[in-house]
Design a protein. Structure first.
Length: 133
């Protein structure tokens, strides 16, 4: 196993505090962050956060997860980014919210219906759909 497999394994163990660069972000998570923060962060900020941000923590909640990234270019004041975005993997539907505060970005993934978002959701082929407002 290589080190990225080990990092991924540690992220799957439930509530954990880890420090690593953000390549552990899945492509669908990057897409969600880009879309949700497009109106509040500049393209260069978004790029820096996704490429150079530090993964601070990951927590599986039982019906979704929280993933926290820190980066010095993120603002201190609280911003909530909650445009409707649907994630789908198999028969599992979820939504996403981004919270920005104290130079950190918290990605929340939450269940929208049964079945709930399982612990292995991040390893599935998640498709993203932007919902009309």
């Amino acid at each position: 196993r290589n080190s990225s497999d080990n990092e991924e394994q540690s992220l799957r163990l439930g509530s954990a505090t880890v420090r690593s660069k953000t390549p552990v972000l899945k492509e669908y998570e990057k897409t969600v962050i880009k879309v949700l923060t497009a109106d509040v962060l500049s393209p260069s900020q978004i790029s820096d956060v996704l490429e150079k941000g530090e993964l601070l923590s990951y927590e599986y909640t039982g019906s979704g997860y929280f993933l926290k990234i820190i980066h010095p270019s993120l603002p201190d004041h609280r911003i909530v980014c909650d445009s409707p975005i649907l994630g789908k993997a198999d028969d599992i539907l979820c939504g996403f919210i981004v919270f920005i505060e104290n130079r950190s970005l918290l990605l929340e993934c939450h269940s929208w219906s049964e079945p709930s978002v399982p612990e292995d959701f991040r390893q599935r082929n998640v498709l993203i759909d932007l919902l009309p407002l």
